[in-house]
Design a protein around this ligand. Structure first.
Ligand code: XMP
Length: 326
């Protein structure tokens, strides 16, 4: 069993040189642990699993199989980016699973937030297990567990975004980032040549856009969340807010309001913008986004996103609001 305690004298990885040293040490350890055996990784495209993938590709190449499950709740362009970076650029052995219909069918009519989370987590494990069973001779399961996951979950079992991974599949775990903090994972990811858009992205919940399409998820509202989120991210990037604001996203509630579009009365959904700063996600303050930018984003969202006739800005700190709406 690998050591899950960060040594007190372990230097914080803050520079490319320290990242290189960590990477070289890990490559040797991974090669010694894995030998000529096969490894499996659930690759969401988030920072942690992407960095684990890049490390393992370097260490054992095509002995690694990455499984990317597209559950339909990812942000615009994310599944495509995973395929582009890992399959096309890094020559990884990548299994892309289009499970969109499967997830949306399971979620149909389910309005309660925790029930939605449970379905997404359970279905993820089921899809991943099915894919794992199709592969022969896998002995290792790699996970993007990082040190805060271990600190939070104690000695029992490191949990991660997707809500746990198969327990009845008999794999030995490979967790090369288990002693690192998030900022160190980013420095290592950058040193491994991953794109900034992957390494420096904002936190994104495991259930994804599923908890931002409020109530029972419908495909049209889910697309409205995805499209409005893409516009918000584009405008924040253009205006220097992307690296500055901790988390920013859009939410589409399940009610409509009256409006007017092209001289006709409309009855459509609103989009709510949320942009917050925090240290530890326990409390959060609202970003003071320039009013002119909010107006510009409002204009773009109401013009470009079908089914939306209003845009609201959430002024609520945490507490009393949580960061997510569900
Ligand atoms: P809240 O909404 O509780 O969010 O203020 C705090 C942070 O946690 C993220 N979050 C989640 N992350 N699975 C995750 O992996 C979840 O179910 C989940 N719910 C909230 C949220 O995005 C914020 O960064």
């Amino acid at each position: 069993m690998a050591d899950n305690r960060r040594p007190e004298n372990m230097e914080r990885i803050t520079t490319p040189q320290l990242a290189e040293a960590f990477i070289n040490e890990q490559l040797a350890q991974l090669r010694a642990q894995i030998g000529d055996k096969k490894v499996l990784l659930a690759l969401s495209g988030g920072v942690d699993s992407s960095v684990v993938a890049a490390l393992l590709i370097k260490a054992v190449g095509r002995q690694l199989t990455c499984v990317h499950v597209n559950h339909g709740l990812l942000r615009k362009g994310e599944p495509e980016q995973v395929v582009e970076v890992f399959r096309n650029q890094m020559n990884a052995n990548l299994v892309y699973v289009d499970a969109v219909d499967r997830f949306l069918d399971k979620l149909a009519g389910v309005a309660e937030p925790e029930a939605k989370r449970k379905i997404i987590g359970a279905e993820f494990i089921r899809v991943f297990e099915e894919e794992a069973r199709k592969l022969d001779g896998i002995e290792f399961l790699a996970q993007g567990t990082i040190y805060p996951d271990i600190l939070e979950s104690g000695p029992v079992k490191a949990h991660h975004n997707v809500g746990g991974l198969p327990e009845d599949l008999q794999f030995e775990l490979v967790e090369p980032l288990r002693l690192l903090f998030k900022d160190e994972v980013r420095v290592v990811g950058k040193a491994l040549g991953l794109p900034d858009a992957m390494v420096f992205r904002q936190p994104f919940p495991g259930p994804g856009l599923g908890v931002r399409c409020l109530g029972a998820i419908t495909r049209d509202r889910l697309e409205a969340v995805r499209e409005s989120d893409a516009i918000l991210r584009e405008e924040f990037a253009k205006n220097g807010l992307a690296g500055k604001v901790w988390q920013y996203f859009t939410v589409v509630p399940d009610f409509k309001s009256t409006g007017v579009k092209n001289d006709l009365r409309s009855y459509d959904w609103p989009v709510i913008i949320r942009a917050v700063n925090t240290r530890d996600a326990m409390t959060a303050t609202v970003e003071d986004v320039p009013f002119a930018l909010l107006q510009h984003i409002t204009q773009r969202i109401t013009r470009e996103v079908p089914g939306i006739n209003r845009v609201l800005y959430d002024l609520t700190p945490k507490p009393t609001g949580t960061i997510e709406w569900e």
